[in-house]
Write a protein that binds this ligand. Sequence first.
Ligand code: KG4
Ligand code: ZN
Length: 342
Amino acid sequence: MKKDLLVMAIETSCDETAVAIVRNGREIVSNIVASQIESHKRFGGVVPEIASRHHVEQITIVLGEAINAAGISYGDLDAIVVTEGPGLVGALLIGVNAAKAIAFAHGIPLVSVHHIAGHIYANRLVKEMEFPLLALVVSGGHTELVYMKEHGHFEVIGETRDDAAGEAYDKVARVLNMPYPGGPHIDRLAHEGSDTLELPRAWLEEGSYDFSFSGLKSAVINTVHNAEQRGEVIAPENLAASFQASVVEVLVAKAVRAAKEYPVKQVLLAGGVAANKGLRAALTTAFAEMEEVELVIPPLNLCTDNAAMIAAAGSVLFEKGHRTGLDLNANPGLEISVYNDL
Ligand code: KG4
Ligand code: ZN
């Protein structure tokens, strides 16, 4: 019988200090997330220096909680996994150094992981992956369509040329005077309004799987300012509904087209914006008609940043032989294709 694989993962790329312990790449043993959102709210976004400081304060506590909740000790671990990048360099460094210290002190192998690989592997915590597959990644920093022919092999077939989807949500929310992060607020408001405003859809050139959201964001801001100048008020719920309709329509259409062009068995949704109710519903409807493709959507707590997803990705990379030296550094510009030759 094959021995169990028990890994601990640390994620500190942005504003969540997270530690998780996962068995055999799929079974969550403990999953602790300390969010800093309250501290960043009054600045309307994540302040990198504040994020780093919070990670320093939280990391030891969160590590202890994850170990206690799992009822294990460091000696039981087969590997320690950590997010290497992309993200805020000062934030990433806290996780990287904690992981290196644990690896060194306990003689455990160190495994570095790409943050977006983690978001994609959140799906494996709910459903075994079947290849080839396509992942629609929509987070605060990334909007990408990723084709995977096998475990650990990531080919980006389309990506945003400017703002990420989550970034556009957060910027539009600011215009509507909503707190950071704005995505969930716009999502809620969108369901109270209707798609009454004419906003653009950025389809880009024929056949392109790239995205662009900055034009849409500017259109929303201009619509609000023009109305203000005329002394009119646009119902915020209609603005939210119209903005969301534009984002969702483009994301769904490009994912469906890619799923028809590539020979995929599954389409996985990933990233913080995967929590969006409008997107989840529209994708579910669109893929209900494509019987040969299975749509997988992670539960809400695994869509936003967490360490269980990093552990899931790290477990697969570990089994493919990926090991990291104790000279590991944070790498804000890390490419997701780095594991393709494993
Ligand atoms: O993946 P994530 O936790 O962090 C990054 O890796 O960027 O994503 C955070 C993003 C934020 O922009 C947030 O506004 C967005 O996900 N988000 C949402 C929803 N929940 C979170 N966007 C739209 N609708 C939601 N329900
Ligand atoms: Zn993320």
